[in-house]
Design a protein around this ligand. Structure first.
Ligand code: CP3
Length: 342
């Protein structure tokens, strides 16, 4: 019998929703920081199957979440396409940027299987070690979000380099997106075959595009990925997280991709959302990660509001974005107790 997380994705609804957190394995946990120090670099940790499995399990042992998300990163896909990748301590990711035809030429057409095999091995090990009722999630970044890092060579405030390239050289930009569509679909299929029960597509920067660009660079590529995965694995469970997208954008993503669930951030109006979509798909979200830092009554109220607004829907409780490293662990415990009390 599957646990609650998978049962919600498959169509059931519970008074006490299943619960997990984006970035649940991360720097707010002392045991993560310890393993991270042992691993050396961040990429080394992602590509070490034993240690990636270990940090994936850490938040499950500590909190008993209903799902585990494999420890990896969305930038492993461009890395496996040959883009150099490293993390500047205290700053974030750096990539050899793809800005013109010549740098695009250097990207491989296929994922390097020596690299992706490490992710799949971490998934198989994790699957074996997890309690039966705990779902295992694989993931990738959506092509648009990954392209914002690949084009700029780093994280940017407003994703301007990718937005500019998409305007100035739409044909080249389309080629970058298409390459990422193929690679991402292959990577999701590999992860499901290795033991992932569901996969999530993170479109963290989908909120910065005008409607026509959103349709072209977010909706269509994500729908293509889902189509390619389901062509090989027809019953693949897929969650799409179009962060920052307006309601009509979410509607386009949901309709064209037929994802099993949509993840939403804390900005979305839950009431309008529920009126518009009801139970057409499951909903994952959307506690403001800052409420988890605030703690106390503010946290209790924020948790209650999420539960109340989504009580009539197929809900998976989560944050509206990843947990931040300064989050006190006792607040995570307080949130979990509040959700599970029903
Ligand atoms: O959710 C999980 O626990 C699974 C692991 C996971 C990580 N990154 C680990 C990570 C997942 C699902 C991601 C997704 C990811 N990575 C996204 C999409 C979701 C989001 O948060 O917006 C993006 C945009 C990235 C790219 C990335 N990775 C950035 C911009 C950074 C630096 C910012 C930061 O928080 O440090 C990372 C690093 C990263 N990825 C860390 C973790 C735990 C922290 C690095 C460290 O341990 O030193």
């Amino acid at each position: 019998m599957n646990g609650k997380f998978l049962r919600v994705l498959d169509g059931e609804k519970f008074d006490v929703p299943p619960l997990w957190m984006m970035r649940q394995a991360g720097r707010y946990l002392p045991e993560y920081r310890e393993t991270r120090a042992k691993a050396g670099g961040f990429v080394d940790l992602c590509l070490n199957p034993d240690l990636a499995c270990e940090v994936t399990l850490q938040p499950i042992r500590r909190f008993g979440f209903d799902a585990a998300i494999i420890f990896s990163d969305i930038l492993i896909v461009p890395y496996a396409l040959g883009a150099r990748l490293w993390f500047e301590e205290g700053e974030g990711p750096r990539l050899a940027p793809v800005t013109d035809a010549a740098s695009f030429q250097k990207l491989a057409e296929q994922l390097d299987q020596k690299i992706t095999a490490r992710v799949y091995e971490a998934l198989s090990k994790t699957k074996e070690a997890l309690p039966k009722e705990t779902g295992l999630i694989g993931f990738c970044g959506a092509p648009w979000t990954v392209a914002t890092y690949l084009v700029a060579g780093r994280g940017t405030e407003d994703q301007a380099p990718a937005r500019l390239l998409a305007m100035q050289e739409p044909e080249l930009f389309q080629k970058i997106i298409d390459r990422l569509v193929d690679a991402s679909a292959e990577h999701l299929i590999g992860q499901i075959k290795a033991g992932a029960d569901a996969v999530q597509v993170f479109d963290t920067w989908s909120g910065v595009l005008d409607p026509a660009s959103f349709e072209r660079w977010c909706v269509k590529p994500v729908a293509k990925i889902v189509g390619k995965v389901r062509a090989v694995i027809p019953d693949a469970r897929i969650i799409v997280f179009p962060k920052g997208a307006p309601l009509n954008g979410i509607e386009a993503v949901a309709k064209q991709s037929s994802a099993n669930a949509i993840g939403i951030d804390w900005i979305a109006s839950r009431k309008e959302y529920v009126v518009k979509f009801g139970d057409t798909f499951a909903t994952q979200g959307n506690l403001d990660p800052l409420a988890l830092i605030a703690g106390g009554k503010a946290l209790d109220q924020a948790v209650d509001n999420v539960l109340e607004d989504f009580k009539a829907t197929r809900h998976i409780f989560n944050l509206g974005h990843g947990i931040r490293k300064e989050t006190p662990i006792e607040n995570v415990e307080r949130m979990i107790a509040r959700v599970r009390k029903g």
